[in-house]
Write a protein that binds this ligand. Structure first.
Ligand code: ADP
Length: 624
């Protein structure tokens, strides 16, 4: 490698932004800088171990990895030194001068100026190395990559403002040494006990030994502060909730506590340990295509890779955690993982584990479950189409708005719905619409409301697709109330049926005239007794695509076959009675056209020809 001397370089603009944000947002939790730096040292040790699997010479005779922390009170500095993988000059420039992750970059670009929101959000991605500048007004990094010789080390230095310098140095040992020149107001971190307590608080669970310097009769000694045993290898009974939470923060870069977790060791045909967490908050980029997700993969306790997506189905992409397998080979690659039977089995087992964990949460801590649903419900809904084997377990986890709660909050489970079913009701009724309000006020609900029958109200975009995947739950069929269905007509028919027969007769002429008028535009015209306050509505046949499904198709740019509706008329409605009495055919037809447009409008939320509709209505208003 050629020498390049000392260079001053500017930070990428996103780095400046991140630094500024961090200093202004994280001042109430300054001590986390130490956690972040120890975490990086631990990653650097993992990376060296992984590389050394193929090339043991990288250890250069020193395979005892660790991180050492020393305080220099006189100089006002604290130094964190590891003997991990280290960095080359190019790596330093890439890693400590830019933000490589496209997601984080995009996030910073969309950041507003709302400080309170920013400080919550900033915890959602790793602030990592740059957190040094929360407490330091100058940071010096000396690093030597395990792949280069002693005189090819580099020094990086910055005051965390616009720029940094980088120069060639010589460094006898491999690894990275970071010295923080503490700000005047942050000198509290020069206190030995303070540092020890922060280390125990944050770093007990990581496998890397963390040592602090002790001075005894001018002799330098190192004392190990943390347990230095990977948390998941310890027995569940020995691990406190706080330790689980801390470990979550270490692996997820999340500042908030997780909602719940599940830690399992499995022996037998397959041997593995898994530790899976459900976060409390959705990451801001959950819906981005390049959202990074997946588990950390270890094989025989050796770290292999981050974000191994192969162990979780896409609809559980919010799960964080790790899997440590004894069956996979140490040299496993993403490609091998993709096709491996072992991966497949692990994925099936872990999927079941997560669904069980969520089910348990819903039973034991309904409030927390509700929080989960509000954050991740939309993602979980994808599972109804993605995972046929677990469909029933997924359905159990779904939550809905309903006519029973009369609120747009999605809180009703299918089990709960079933306990409220009326005598003789054998179907689970639901309605999909563009919005909760449109669903709640839909004419399709009138009869069911009158009968006290609960209807699930669905208005998320994915819902129509989801319901096309769900046919039944607990032996009961789902039925959209916007479909013309016998079971619904039967509900209406139970009372007053003699009287209805008479009405039906009286309306025969009305129906046949309307049929002639509308012709091919409708599938059928008939009377309905499902309505109370609405004069007419349109429904679809059981085999016809519903309005919402047609919209879904249209939204994805697909050609939509025209939906042919059944036009249903409420003979009890005063307006309909008046129309029935009109003898002039042209006049009658105008009214029927108006009713039909109204019904389409209510169903679809739009009209193909609003102008004619308005003109016709105005004409009729003026004539009456
Ligand atoms: P993150 O750890 O989330 O990637 P950081 O800003 O903390 O982000 O670090 C950026 C990169 O710098 C790391 O991904 C790693 O490649 C490198 N790095 C940081 N600290 C060390 C270290 N102690 N040893 C080797 N590489 C490091």
């Amino acid at each position: 490698m050629s020498k390049q001397g000392t260079e001053t370089r500017g930070f990428q603009s996103e780095v400046k932004q991140l630094l500024h944000l961090m200093i202004h947002s994280l001042y109430s939790n300054k001590e986390i800088f130490l956690r972040e730096l120890i975490s990086n040292a631990s990653d650097a040790a993992d990376k060296l171990r992984f590389k050394a699997l193929e090339n043991p010479e990288l250890y250069a005779g020193d395979a005892n990895l660790g991180v050492r922390i020393s305080i220099n009170k006189d100089a006002g500095t604290i130094t964190i030194a590891d003997n991990g993988i280290g960095m080359t000059r190019d790596e330093v420039i890439d890693n400590l001068g830019t933000i490589a992750k496209s997601g984080t970059k995009a996030f910073l670009q969309t950041m507003g100026s709302d400080q309170a929101k920013d400080s919550q959000l900033i915890g959602q991605f790793g602030v990592g190395f740059y957190s040094s500048f929360i407490v330091a007004d100058k940071v010096t990094v000396k690093t030597r990559s395990a792949q280069v010789s002693a005189d090819e080390a580099v020094m990086w230095e910055s005051a965390g403002e616009g720029e940094y310098t980088i120069s060639d140095i010589s460094k006898s040992e491999r690894g990275t040494e970071i010295t923080l020149h503490l700000r005047e107001e942050d000198k509290e971190f020069l206190d030995d006990w303070r540092i020890r307590s922060i280390i125990s608080k944050y770093s007990d669970h990581i496998a890397l030994p963390v040592e602090v310097q002790t001075q005894e009769n001018d002799e330098v000694k190192w004392e190990k502060i943390n347990k230095a045993q990977a948390l998941w290898t310890r027995s569940k009974t020995e691990i406190s909730d706080d330790e689980y939470k801390e470990f979550y923060k270490h692996i997820s870069h999340d500042f908030a506590d997780p909602l719940t977790w599940s830690h399992n060791r499995v022996e037998g045909k397959q041997e593995y340990t898994s530790l899976l967490y459900i976060p409390a908050k959705a990451p801001w980029d959950l819906w981005n295509r390049d959202h990074e997700h997946g588990l950390k993969l270890y094989v025989h306790r050796v770290f292999i890779m981050d974000e191994a997506q192969q162990f979780m189905p896409n609809y559980l992409r919010f799960v964080k955690g790790l899997i440590d397998s004894n069956d996979l080979p140490l040299n496993v690659s993403r490609e091998i993982l993709q096709d491996s039977k072992i991966t497949q089995n692990l994925r099936n087992a872990l999927t079941k584990r997560v669904l069980q964990m969520l089910n348990k949460l819903s039973k034991d801590q309904p409030e927390q479950y509700q929080q989960f649903w509000n954050e991740f419900g939309l993602v979980l809904k994808e599972g109804t189409g993605e995972d046929f084997t677990n469909r029933e377990s997924i359905a159990k986890l779904l939550r809905f708005a309903s006519t029973h709660t009369d609120s747009d909050a999605q809180t009703v489970s299918l089990d709960e719905y079933i306990t409220r079913m009326q005598d003789g009701q054998d179907k689970i009724y639901y309605l999909t619409a563009d919005s909760y309000i449109a669903a709640k006020n839909s004419p399709h609900l009138e009869l069911l409301r009158k009968k006290g029958i609960e209807v699930l109200l669905l208005s998320d975009r994915i819902d129509e697709w989801m319901m096309s995947n769900l046919t039944e739950f607990d032996g009961k069929q789902f039925l959209s109330v916007s479909k013309a269905d016998e079971s619904l007509e039967k509900l209406a028919d139970t009372e007053e049926s003699e009287q209805q027969k008479e009405t039906d007769k009286a309306f025969e002429a009305f129906i046949s005239k309307a049929k002639t008028l509308l012709g091919e535009r409708v599938k059928n015209v008939k009377l309905t007794h499902r309505l109370t306050t609405t004069p007419a509505m349109v429904t679809t046949d059981a085999d016809e695509m519903t309005t919402q499904m047609a919209k879904l198709f249209a939204a994805t740019g697909q050609k939509v076959p025209e939906v042919k509706y059944i036009f249903e008329i409420n003979p009890e409605h005063a307006l309909v009675k008046r129309i029935a009495a009109i003898e002039d055919e042209a006049q009658f037809n105008e009214w029927v056209e108006l009713l039909f447009d109204q019904a389409l409008f209510a169903e679809r939320g739009t009209l193909t020809d609003p102008h004619t509709f308005i003109q016709r209505m105005n004409q009729l208003l003026m004539n009456n």
